[in-house]
Design a protein around this ligand. Sequence first.
Ligand SMILES: Nc1ncnc2c1ncn2[C@@H]1O[C@H](COP(=O)(O)OP(=O)(O)OP(=O)(O)O)[C@@H](O)[C@H]1O
Length: 260
Amino acid sequence: MSGQAAAARAAEALAVERVSVSFGELKAVREVSLRLPQGARHALIGPNGAGKSTLVGAITGAVSASGGRVLLNGEDLTRLGISARARRGLARTFQITSLFPEMTAIDSVALAIAEREGLTWRFLAPLGSRAAVMDEAREILEELGLADLLGRVVGELAYGHQRVMEIAIALASRPRVLLLDEPAAGIPAGESQRLFEVLERLSRDVTVLFIEHDMHLVRRFARRVTVLAAGQVLAEGTPAEVAADAGVRDAYLGTRGVRH
Ligand SMILES: Nc1ncnc2c1ncn2[C@@H]1O[C@H](COP(=O)(O)OP(=O)(O)OP(=O)(O)O)[C@@H](O)[C@H]1O
């Protein structure tokens, strides 16, 4: 590779190169490629069963790919497991909430920071690191608009706030790339808009790839979109380009449709 090509590749936060995933006979993902420059807000859309969650799993290492490569800032992660990829800067949230319901909002984020730093929660106070960890947890929650809820128990928060908490916990690992699987699923329309505004405000040091079905949110918050259908890339472009694409419209016919 030339020096120039290597530099261009390193500038890309995330590159997925011809990744495939099979479950037995089923080819769930077929030679999919994606390129996300630093700071991208990139949406992954497609009908049910298109392979979106499987592709995100292949990026994080939760699902093993049968072919292709995943690169983070030019570094090939393909042979690494989930934790090693997470340590390199990949974080994801799930469709189904994965919070500890009895913990307060601030303790939940502080615990994630402590994990990142390799600190054992029990020993934080004697080591004198607790104040720094709590300050950082407070900053993350404030940035996400949860300043009023720091001391509230997570299980009692509104569902929309719980979804934002998942993002707070993912951010506590200081990810370079944040992967969000339907972050607004189950949230009333007004609140989902707010959640995406929170994502919009995040530092451009964080590159975001999100799965989303609602085209209104995609149009508003994604700069580029990749459309998957039957495991393959059907289209890639700006939200307006993919919404106007005849193949994309066909793929959605008879399913839940491209919502506007
Ligand atoms: N662990 C698994 N074992 C076998 N088949 C699977 C597994 N996970 C997913 N699949 C299949 O792979 C295909 C792609 O599924 P995937 O969940 O990635 O689609 P999706 O685009 O995320 O769909 P949705 O929008 O409904 O979440 C589907 O046919 C699904 O049934």
